[in-house]
Design a protein around this ligand. Sequence first.
Ligand SMILES: *Cc1c(COP(=O)(O)O)cnc(C)c1O
Length: 380
Amino acid sequence: MTAPAPTSAPIELIDLQAQRARLGGRVDAAIARVLEHGRFIMGPEVRELEERLAEFCGVGHAVSCSSGTDALLMALLALRIGPGDAVIVPTFTFAATAEVVALVGATPVFVDVLAETANLDPAGLVGALHAARGAGATPRAVIGVDLFGQPADYDELEGFCAEYDLVLIADAAQSFGATWRTRRAGAIGDLACTSFFPAKPLGCYGDGGALFTDDDELAATLRSLRVHGQGTNKYDNVRIGLNGRLDTIQAAVLLEKLAIFPDELVARDRVASRYQEALADAVGVLEVRQEATSAWAQYTIVVDDRDGVASRLKEQGVPSAIYYPKPLHQQPAYEAFPTASDGLTVSEHLADHVLSLPMHPYLDEATQDRVITAVRSATA
Ligand SMILES: *Cc1c(COP(=O)(O)O)cnc(C)c1O
């Protein structure tokens, strides 16, 4: 056990060292084993991790890869989405969601999000189809983003994709471990992508990601894409692929972290519930839908005078972060792409008012109370 932190200890937004202390020597030993066996590329830990991930999510296949962004890219490549195609994405997300669509030469079409959850608003989907066709592109897929850790409204998204014959891709970069009804993120959508970036709910010590699917053929295509489109052997190239492998060392780290992850999810939920109870009467809070549980990648509040609140928090030693200060349809790189309606007003409003607070499984009650007190006084 480590001694309780003094009340003046700096507060971390995400405290990876607390997790490291809990893991003790296990990660170091796991890395040492890889250094010993020397199979740094596609070593045995990679295969083992994929089995554990698939089991954890309750899905047929987990294909590990080099990052969450590459997972999304590989999803589009596997589906042969490219020039002339359109992919519907929320505008209030991390750039990678739309970036990969543009990278493969397809057209991202932006839709707004819901004020209550900050996730894709299904009411914008039909307008997005019109916008795609208006831009001369054929709608092929929807990417549902599970922002801040909560799955998007997959009842609505699955119904819409079935009706219009679109592929549903879940950007579960922030929601690994979350659930929608009886399914875990990973087992939702035709294909799901996640990220193991260090600050994500399940993070490694570098870049990493994974794709999930129940489709055997798609899984085989993804495994081929990951190693330059290989066929029966390394020098047989049956499709254009990339180097999208997860390092063995990162797989070894993830195996150790996955072992404590269910416990961390419970702790994350406990921290988030305490915030919700202590702050709901003072600031805007996002809601978790009754069909969902969140992995709480972030705990995000909605406040007036956001920048003032952030600086008053900082004065009191409480860090905060803005995810995201500008919706993608307003970014220079993306502003020429079609949008579902003239204004994506909820996203624009959230971009000006969201603030994410310290959130991790090891946030003890005393530290959390310092955050809560600071937020209440900064917004009073
Ligand atoms: C982090 C993130 C990604 C990209 O993951 P990387 O591993 O950093 O490439 C994609 N989408 C969303 C919503 C994310 O939060």
